[in-house]
Design a protein around this ligand. Structure first.
Ligand code: ASP
Length: 450
């Protein structure tokens, strides 16, 4: 393969591996001690800046991308009944996969008996933050001020408003056609920006991972090996077994190809620990790599990033069993059923941003009467767990998106089955010489006229 044409995924994976290696070196050699040169100028300096700039660049794209792609999506579907069907199907599948995830997690954790007879002292204290009550979540779906919702990046009200704009455009009809065309162009422009930002990923992922690994508490990881082991095991089983069975059974699509194509989105989710920030990449992956039509993906992807969190649910299941055992409490079957219900509901009202899983967990604990300060025990390893579970969350969004699209006849099998479809090549960012000349001429003509 031509060196310049190395696929982006390859480059990102190399960046990730180098990041892990350097992070490990900084951590284990003690070079990253508080106040040291490496800590101040490299880890908390250069790496922090590069990482944050990159995450900002991704977040920058989320709101306009969701807005324009949803308008195009709604106008593309062009019929309210289909829209309702896509909404119902994706909602049902999202809830179903989350419920399966947490049930699996509780079953595995309880049968292993993690945390039993453990005598852990926590130094970190954790005071729970409130998650919004379900009534408020429902009320807030309708934004009192759409610009405010956009400025805050509130996904559900943004989705609601964009769908409404799309429907109204359809109702206005012919007169609105140039607006729709404009939205299509804007959507294409946003997608180009996604590709542009993605090409920066190898360097940014390197910085993000090196920083996380350099700061990782390896002693803690050892102490909590049981919790970490069971959690990671349950996450992997859900990703590679449960979700792939769901994909195959409901859509007949090849799990092998799915896993191959989703890798980029997973890496982005892993390094940013945010399903929301990954929306642009997930959207690009399902449309351009897997052949899902934008009319389905523009809705299911941002919707899933907000309400679907399989990985987070798994963490909640494992953490509940773990902490209950550490404190020697028995939740009983009703307690566990409450945990399942609460986790599924909590995932609806909370956005996919870093660390939100812990907030949801405090709500679950309060409900079943587990000590909230128990969360302090797992706090130290949560960032790493957050990265892994976010990759699972995003994979779940893509699985449901593919199933819904396939069932609606909105998935191009030709694209799905083509291994190379939509792969970002590193040299794919360039402006065509002819286009550049044309643009220059157009600008010149405008000047001449003036
Ligand atoms: N970071 C996760 C996400 O964005 C949520 C969480 O588990 O904290 O999906």
């Amino acid at each position: 393969m031509d060196k310049n044409k190395m696929s982006l995924t390859m480059k990102v994976l190399v960046g990730m591996a180098l990041g892990i290696a350097l992070g490990l070196f900084f951590n284990l050699s003690g070079l990253n001690a508080d106040g040291s040169f490496v800590n101040t100028y490299i880890v908390d300096g250069l790496f922090l800046i590069i990482g944050k700039m990159f995450v900002n660049a991704l977040k920058m794209l989320v709101v306009p991308l969701v807005f324009f792609s949803l308008i195009c999506g709604v106008c593309g579907i062009g019929n309210l009944k289909t829209l309702g069907r896509v909404g119902t199907k994706s909602f049902a599948l999202y809830m179903m996969t989350t419920a399966i995830a947490i049930t699996l997690a509780i079953t595995i954790a309880a049968s292993v008996g993690i945390g039993e007879g453990m005598n852990l002292e926590s130094t970190a204290s954790f005071t729970g933050k409130e998650t919004p009550p379900l009534t408020q979540v429902l009320i807030d779906i309708i934004p009192s001020n759409p610009i405010h919702a956009m400025a805050n990046g509130d996904m559900l009200p943004l989705i609601f408003f964009s769908i409404l704009v799309g429907i109204s455009l359809l109702m206005v009809g012919r007169k609105a056609s140039s607006f729709i065309e404009g939205a299509e162009i804007a959507n294409e422009v946003m997608m180009k920006m996604v590709t542009m930002v993605m090409t920066m990923a190898p360097y940014a992922v390197f910085a993000l991972i090196a920083k996380s690994v350099a700061e990782l508490g390896f002693d803690l990881l050892g102490q909590l090996a049981g919790y970490v082991g069971v959690l990671v095991g349950a996450l992997l089983i859900h990703l590679f077994v449960t979700l792939m069975i769901v994909l195959k059974v409901f859509s007949g699509l090849s799990p092998r190809l799915f896993l191959q194509k989703i890798r980029n989105a997973q890496v982005f989710a892993f390094s940013t620990a945010s399903s929301n920030a990954t929306i642009p990449v997930t959207l690009r992956t399902v449309t351009e790599r897997m052949g899902v039509n934008n009319s389905v993906a523009s809705f299911t992807v941002p919707f899933g990033a907000t309400i679907n969190m399989d990985g987070t649910a798994i963490m909640q299941g494992v953490a509940t069993v773990f902490i209950a055992n550490v404190y020697g409490l028995d939740l009983g079957i009703t307690g566990y059923l409450t945990v399942i219900l609460m986790s599924v509901l909590a995932s609806i009202g909370t956005a996919g941003v870093p660390g939100v899983g812990l907030i949801m967990l405090s709500m679950v604990f309060a409900q079943v009467g587990l000590p909230i300060e128990g969360i302090g025990l797992i706090l130290g390893v949560d960032r790493l767990m957050d990265m892994i579970r976010t990759a699972v969350n995003v994979s779940g969004d893509a699985v449901v998106t593919s199933i819904v699209a396939k069932s609606e006849g909105k998935l191009s099998l030709e694209t799905y089955n083509d291994v190379t479809a939509g792969a970002v090549m590193v040299d794919s960012i360039h402006i065509d010489d002819a286009v550049e000349q044309e643009l220059a001429q157009a600008v010149q003509q405008t000047h001449d006229k003036q």
